[in-house]
Design a binder for this molecule. Structure first.
Ligand code: SAM
Length: 414
């Protein structure tokens, strides 16, 4: 990991930088876990990346997600939800819980499509959003007010608002799990060590009135594991980082929050599905000995790099998702795996191919518009990009789990 000193060109949020420096100084050992660091830089309630207003996702922001490429992604997902409603025997209340809803675009696309195409299903829908960022929550409310209006009431809930085993329907997320804070670990002399964030070059600038501003650079230091869960994680996913196939200094991430998250989801679900879309791998591929630097990535103005200690509060930080961990932890919590596929196959099975074919035949659109739409549709299945995202579908409470054939998990016809 390159740890560059900050300089005048670094647009870091200085209030946030000082806040984190203060947390480190106050800590018993002069260090915080990387997960705590990532949590503050992304989700500090006032200063974090996702808390401060401004475009984060889309052309004017730092990165794109699938809903920003047009309504097709949401509409195809909606097709899958309608099939789930049918499998659940058309319940009069069918709850869709979107977790981490960004700017609310996906929710609007799903709901508008179901209202138009499947009015009976639309009447049954109880749409809930669980969102951590107050700023994004406000954007979602505005977006849904403008598009859906009062035809359906969307509810914003915290986990505590949902009773255990209260949901019949589907919990779903797109690029939520990669945004959860991760711990960093490294292999040193055949031992698993944790990487912490510490302070380097601290200077206090005295201003009049006794105001102190801390000019701090962050650096990484190694130490013992902060929790034994980091060790048991690897037992759960059956990976032995201490075997000699892993090189000295191998570093990677562990997403313990993802385990808590899937457990909570399983607890709240009475009957139905959990659909998770994100970039990531099975544990075997994630923790491949050749991936010796891990998967941590930062996104700033549509460029990516691997230095989380610059652009503090101004850049996104993510890590790939270990889908095996979600499967195993889900099983421990009562979820069954229905299938795991790639986004390209998933969307093609749900009808993306027909949409691509139909674009060229659309009358009344000029050539540049047709090319733009085609490019957007192709981006959703790009094997080097969104197309290789993982799609994991788990279920709970269904009698015939083994026989369930969801449309999105069938082999698409070409
Ligand atoms: C990378 S964005 C993806 C947004 C959206 N799903 C999309 O596809 O454009 C991650 C989203 O998850 C939210 N988020 C992060 N951690 C969360 C948590 N623990 N609970 C709920 N939302 C969370 C962020 O605020 C943001 O809305």
């Amino acid at each position: 990991m390159t740890v560059q000193p900050h300089n005048n060109a670094d647009p870091s949020n200085s209030i946030l930088r000082e806040f984190i420096a203060e947390q480190i100084k106050r800590s018993r050992e002069g260090r915080i876990s990387f997960a705590d660091y990532m949590n503050w830089v992304l989700y500090h309630p006032q200063q974090g990346y996702y808390a401060t207003p401004g475009p984060r996702i889309g052309a004017g922001g730092d990165f794109f997600t699938a809903p920003h490429l047009g309504a097709d992604f949401g509409e195809l997902l909606a097709e899958q939800f309608v099939e789930m409603w049918e499998i659940l025997q058309y319940p009069s209340r069918f709850t869709l819980v979107e977790m981490g809803a960004g700017q609310g675009i996906l929710a609007a696309d799903i709901l508008q499509y179901i209202r138009r195409q499947y009015p009976r299903c639309f009447e049954a829908i109880d749409y809930i959003i669980i969102e951590k960022s107050p700023a994004l929550k406000a954007e979602q409310q505005q977006k849904l007010n403008d598009t859906i209006g009062s035809t359906i009431s969307v509810r914003w809930c915290d986990w505590d608002d949902l009773a255990d085993a209260s949901v019949t329907g589907c919990f779903f997320s797109n690029e939520l799990v990669d945004a959860l804070p991760v711990h960093l670990v490294t292999v040193r002399e055949r031992q698993l060590r944790e990487l912490y964030v510490s302070l380097n070059n601290v200077s206090l600038n005295n201003h009049t009135g006794g105001d102190h501003s801390i000019n701090a650079n962050f650096s990484e230091i190694e130490g013992n594991l902060s929790t034994p869960q980091l060790q048991t994680y690897f037992e759960t996913v059956k990976i032995d980082l201490l075997s000699d196939i892993y090189p000295e200094g191998y570093r990677t991430e562990i997403n313990l929050d993802a385990l808590d998250w899937i457990t909570t989801v399983a607890d709240k679900l009475q009957k139905g599905f959990v659909l998770t879309i994100d970039y990531g791998y099975t544990a075997e591929r994630y923790y491949s000995p050749t991936r010796s630097g891990g998967t941590l990535q930062c996104y700033y103005q549509h460029r990516h790099h691997n230095n989380p200690y610059i652009n503090i509060g101004k850049q996104d930080i993510t890590a790939h998702v270990d889908f095996t961990a979600l499967e195993k932890q889900g099983e421990l919590s009562g979820l069954k795996v229905i299938g795991f596929t790639q986004q390209a196959l998933f969307l093609m099975s749900l009808g993306l191919g027909d949409r691509i074919a139909a674009v060229s035949q659309t009358s009344g659109k000029n050539l540049s518009e047709i090319l733009r739409i085609r490019e957007a549709l192709h981006s959703l299945i790009d094997p080097m990009g969104l197309g290789k995202f993982g799609v994991l579908i788990q279920s709970k409470g269904l009698e015939t789990e083994k026989q369930i054939q969801l449309k999105g998990l069938t082999i698409p016809e070409f």
